[in-house]
Design a protein around this ligand. Sequence first.
Ligand code: SF4
Length: 381
Amino acid sequence: QCVAVCPTGALMELDQVDKVWKALNDPTRYVVVETAPAVRVALGEGFGLEPGTIVTGKMVAALRRLGFDRVFDTEFGADVTIMEEATELIHRIEHGGRLPILTSCCPAWVKFFEHQFPDLLDIPSTCKSPHQMLGVLSKSYYAETYGIDPQKITVVSIMPCIAKKYEAARPELGQDPVTPDVDIVITTRELSRMLREAGIHFDHLKEEDFDHPLGESTGAAVVFGTTGGVIEAALRTAYEWLTGKPLENVEFEPLRGMDGIKEAVIPIGKRDFRIAVTHGLGNARTILEKIQSGESHYDAIEIMACPGGCIGGGGQPYHHGNLEILEARANAIYQEDRSKPLRKSHENPAVLKLYRDYIGEPYGEKAHRLLHTSFTKRPKI
Ligand code: SF4
């Protein structure tokens, strides 16, 4: 099977729409769909809406019209990712682990460092990416809670990303005997096409909500969709866990914006956290070479392959490098964050219930089994 991994969409993606139709038309399958944060601020462009139009509620309604049994939100997985990644960061600090910690939710970036920086394989976070976490939780926690045979569940991810198709096919991202975590990945553009094929009048739809419990999310999960968002979400939680004090201003301005490399020193309690954020693999290489040479010292770095992060992903409606389109999508992400009643991942009540009833401690034994992964040294290309 040939799977395109080009992060920017310069190569055409493997079309998996037929596989989704087949699953939806199979009455023996229980078909769950999840959608990434960046999709909801770009999908409308496929129906003539302005870039940055937020279509979350219409998108959920449209997915129900297509026939999905449950409409979940990758943002639930993003909140779980922060529970794990913030704990991992604190664990490394308290136990003398290697820093900086690198975010690892971008599969194009993961593939890049496996080939190009095999000596740094122990510094990325071992967290699976949010859609993989949502997939495995659908087939474990959700299946067990609601008495559904996990072998009958098909998980479909709607992603802004072409590399996520490759990621879902990685053999380590699955559970025996129910593999893989995510069965099918389609892009924002493929979803637009499906909705047109089904004759759904997108602009006429009334807004609907995601299904519970894997549809609950906070503002911290929304900002995953744009550059700087993952590290900002992690800091919102790490700050409160490390200081025991409420974080009043959750918006970390120095980490936002379209500069290729952003740096900030964030004081948390008695320690200054040195943070870097990059997007684009050329910028990532610059940062990592400085780490290798001992020239730079950071505590945490977010790296995303696409310009602007996932809002500029290769599976999104084409933006042709237009900065105005990317900024409109980023502004929509921040608007969605501000509209949420809860803006810190560790306050998501459905996530707290997941840990209380099923996972146990973040970064514990069960969390590692379900929510963490490993990386592979690959030949330099
Ligand atoms: Fe995919 Fe986002 Fe990475 Fe681009 S930045 S390759 S869209 S995960």
